[in-house]
Each structure stands twice: as C-alpha cells, then as structure tokens.
Design a protein around this ligand. Structure first.
Ligand code: ADP
Length: 365
C-alpha cells in the first residue's frame, strides 16, 4: 500500500529545487516535479479560486464545526467531476482550515482490507482521509468504510470459517473526502453515507486568469491579463491544464528572454507547443469527426458513438463529453448527441444541408 501524500497543516509550500542541480537523475527529477506541484496548490480557502458554492459550503460547515468544538461534525464530502478541477486541493484545504492532517490515497492503493484498516487506525481526530477514484474501491474495502464513516468503528472479522467472529474496533473520528469522475458508478450505500455531495464546475476564463497570474508569480515570470486570457481559453476550464500551459509559456518566456505582455507572445508560445485554440485534444476531435463523418453530425446515441470509437460508453460520457458540451461543440437532444456549428468551424469541415435539417429536427424534439 502506498500513501500518495500526507499534508500537514503546518506544511509550507516546497521550494523549487530545480536550479540547484542540473545533473539530476530522471527518477529524482520526477520527485522534484511532484514536489513542485504542491507549491502551486492553493493553501487556504481564500486562495482557492472559483467554485463559489463549494467555498460557501465549506466556510459554513468548517466555521460551525470549529464553534461547536467538534471538528468532524462537518460530515463527509463527496466531490465529483473531471480530473484537475480541484478535488484533491479541496480536501487538503479542509484539513488545513481545521488544523489537522490530510492523507491522500487513490482507491487502487487500498486494494487489501489490511490497507484500509491500517489507514483508518492511523488517523488522528479530525484528520481528512482523501480517496481519489473512490468508485474503484473493492467491495470488502467499501464495506469496511460503511461502519467507519457512520459510527467510527471498524467491524473486523477474526478467525476462520465456523470459529470466525466479528470484533468492533473504535477509531478516531475523521472526515472522508471522496473524489470521483463517475458518480453513477458509486454504490448507493456508499453514496448515501456522504453528508455533502458536490459537483465540481468547470472554471470561467476570469477565474482561470486569476489562477494563471498567481501561478506566474510563483514561477517568477510576468504575464499580462490579455496574455493570460489566451492561456485560459485553451485550458478546458481546468486549473491543472491552465497551470501546465502556464509552465510552457514560462519556458518560452525564459528562452526568448521576454515578459509575456502582449497576447501575441502567449499565442506564439502556445502555437510552438501545438496547443489547440480551444484546448481540444486529438481524442476530442476524433469524437466530433466521428459524429460528423459517420452520423452526418447527429443526432446519434451515446452507445453508437462509443462503439464507433471503440471506447466504453462511460468513458465517453465522463471524460470526453462534459467539456465538449460545456464549450459548445456538442449539444444533447432527446434523440442523441449533435455537433454544433462551432465544431464544424473549428475542425474546418463544411456542413451540408442534410446535416442542417437533422440539426433542426433534433433541437425541435
Ligand atoms: P483533482 O483532484 O480534481 O484532479 P487537483 O486538486 O489535484 O485536481 O488540482 C490540480 C491543480 O490545479 C492543483 O495542484 C492546483 O495547482 C490547481 N487548482 C485546482 N483547483 C484550484 C483552485 N480552485 N484554485 C487554484 N488552483 C487550483
């Protein structure tokens, strides 16, 4: 079992050590990169940009729990939405605001019952246990969590076959923050044990500009608002992507020895790294092209799209669709998915009349 990370309330953002040793081995470089990421993480609710409803919820719950002097009375949180939208960061902030520790795991790291038992026994009062991809927990681990979440006890079976008996072990009261991209794949007994279920929203350009400018300060290079907007437009509404693109632009700025003051500077940098104007990836474009070429632009059912792409229906629904819908490349009608004019324009494909007629039919239904 691997603990991905432990974050203590007193942890300071780690320093960028990259400058100190340019003969770093690849494995060490990976460690440095991982150390680097937390320094871009928001450390407090104040620094957590966007998600206004979530922030309000946390302010109220955490404030009230502190007043009551019972940190864990916030209840458990389930956060769902696309990767990179700030679920892990949120869990770490909850622990920092409470002055406790966050232990961060991915569900596959808790494959054995002894893994989750060990973790639960190691928690102090008020600690935050973050489980990413919580829908991937196996049945035994999940069932162990039920009594832990509800009654803060572990029901452990001791002995074999007829001699087996269940022993109850009390554990410290903790806060579980579960994250998933697939709310529908969570069993209802697990889902029902969360006090708060929150859908992570994509970020607006204005919110991403704030994140990009904060990141540029940490990375020590200057960027103007208009240049930051060019990064935001290509970030798929996702802070993790905004940060990745900001690093690319920083590399360009340092290589060219310029501050990124004009939008043209950011555009040159992003074009150099072949970043799509709307942040679409090849898989997104393939999905849109499939609907256009194989189904005359739609409407077409999600099963048919998935079969043509050779992907699982769930993957199309959870990973590709949300951003394409949000960005206006795809619409959902009662008769299935349709690509929009924006998609034709972006892919430089001419729309024929048949497709237009189908578009009207689909939208009218
Ligand atoms: P998830 O757990 O949803 O995959 P993370 O919490 O790991 O996403 O976020 C990825 C990165 O994006 C973080 O390290 C942080 O730098 C940035 N980030 C995410 N959400 C925010 C936010 N609300 N404000 C500022 N930065 C954010």
């Amino acid at each position: 079992m691997t603990i991905i990370s432990t974050f203590n309330a007193e942890d300071k953002p780690k320093k960028d050590n990259n400058k100190s040793n340019n003969t770093t081995l690849k494995s060490e470089q990976t460690i440095l990169d991982q150390q680097f990421e937390p320094s871009l993480r928001p450390q407090t609710l104040e620094q957590y940009i966007g998600q206004p409803r979530l922030k309000e919820l946390l302010k109220v719950c955490i404030g009230a729990a502190k007043k009551r002097g019972d940190l864990t009375s916030t209840g458990h949180f389930l956060l769902y939405g696309a990767p990179g939208l700030g679920k892990t960061s949120c869990a770490i902030i909850i622990s920092r605001e409470l002055g406790t520790e966050a232990k961060v795991f991915s569900a596959p790291a808790l494959a054995q019952p002894k893994d989750i038992i060990g973790v639960l026994l190691s928690l102090n009062v008020g600690d935050v246990l973050f489980i990413d991809e919580i829908h991937r927990l196996n049945k035994v681990t999940e069932e162990l969590l039920y009594s832990a979440m509800e009654d803060f006890v572990l029901d452990i079976s001791v002995g074999k076959s007829q001699a087996a008996r269940v022993t109850r072990l009390p554990i410290n009261r903790f806060i579980l923050v579960g994250a998933t991209t697939r709310l529908g794949s969570l069993s209802s007994p697990l889902r029902d044990r969360f006090t708060h279920i929150y859908k992570m929203e994509f970020y607006s350009h204005d919110e991403l500009i704030i994140i990009i400018k904060n990141t540029s300060k940490i990375l020590k290079f200057e960027i103007s608002d208009e240049a930051a907007l060019e990064i935001a437009r290509r970030s798929r509404g996702t802070p993790r992507i905004a940060n990745r693109l900001t690093r690319l632009v920083r590399d360009y700025s340092q290589h060219e020895n310029i501050n990124i003051t004009k939008k043209e500077d950011a555009i040159s940098a992003l074009e150099l790294f072949k970043v799509d104007l709307h942040g679409l990836e090849e898989s997104d474009k393939q999905l849109l092209r499939t609907i256009i070429e194989s189904y005359s632009g739609g409407p077409v059912g999600i099963e048919a799209i998935a079969a043509t792409l050779g992907e699982e229906k769930q993957t199309v629904e959870d990973c590709y669709e949300p951003y394409l819908l949000q960005a206006g490349f795809l619409t959902r009608t009662s008769r299935g998915r349709m690509v929009t004019d924006l998609a034709y324009k972006h892919l430089n494909i001419e729309k024929n009349k048949n497709t237009n007629d189908q578009l009207k039919l689909g939208l009218e239904n």
